[in-house]
Write a protein of this length. Sequence first.
Lengths: 151, 114
Amino acid sequence: MAKSDIKLKIPSAAFYIEPVRAFIGNLAQSLGFSRKRVADIQLVLDEICSNAVHHGSIDATVGVKLRIRIDTHSLEILVRDTGSRHTGEKSWLTHERLAEIEANRSPSSESGHGIFIAKSLADTYEIQSNAVGGTDVRVIFELLKPNNLKL
Amino acid sequence: MDSTKLMELREESGIKILEIKTDLSSYAASDLRKVLEDLLAEKVEKVVVNLSEVSHINSTAVGALVGVAKRLRQSGGDLKICALEDNLTRTFNLIGASSVVEIYESENSALAAF
């Protein structure tokens, strides 16, 4: 399969994450990921989209962009937000904020698990500020890893 | 859409049983938090959350369950969870929440644990 990109833009509202989660699940299943891995991919997508909607958008109208890149070896998801300027910061996830979230996370925490989940479950995880003042989160799930394939 | 319509509440032997009939992604997780906050406001002390019809749960929903369990314990009550699919168990274990909230195989065993 040649490399292909699917681009989506959803309003910055939690309601729109569920249909995208369903879509990515069907796509991952079609690509041959195991049932367990499909669930992982759906969970990671939910978490990074939730962060983009709740922390990376000044309001519901700005939107969150997704680029889903597929080829014979992998499924890559890039989620791009435009940043919430409520705190005076351009990017919701500065390195300092990331370190603080990771340091404060515990099993009894009510929030702050999303980044940990994405880092734990994706084969590759990257987070960086983007040119529009927001945050890009990129995750890759590799199809050729034995544990990722359908049995 | 109001996903609280997919969260059924009943009572057995003084224990509130909340049966969730929708996947708990970001949108429904907010509704779950509202339903649980309403129970706290009503001074409910014992809650069982049945997740047998849930195939996906995100960290927001897990956080809501953990938070309410902690607050109920402060007043002598508790929130217990039951009937998790493997995917959900893995999410609870990954976050570490399975060490904070009591999880049971069935609704009956969760009820009996009170």
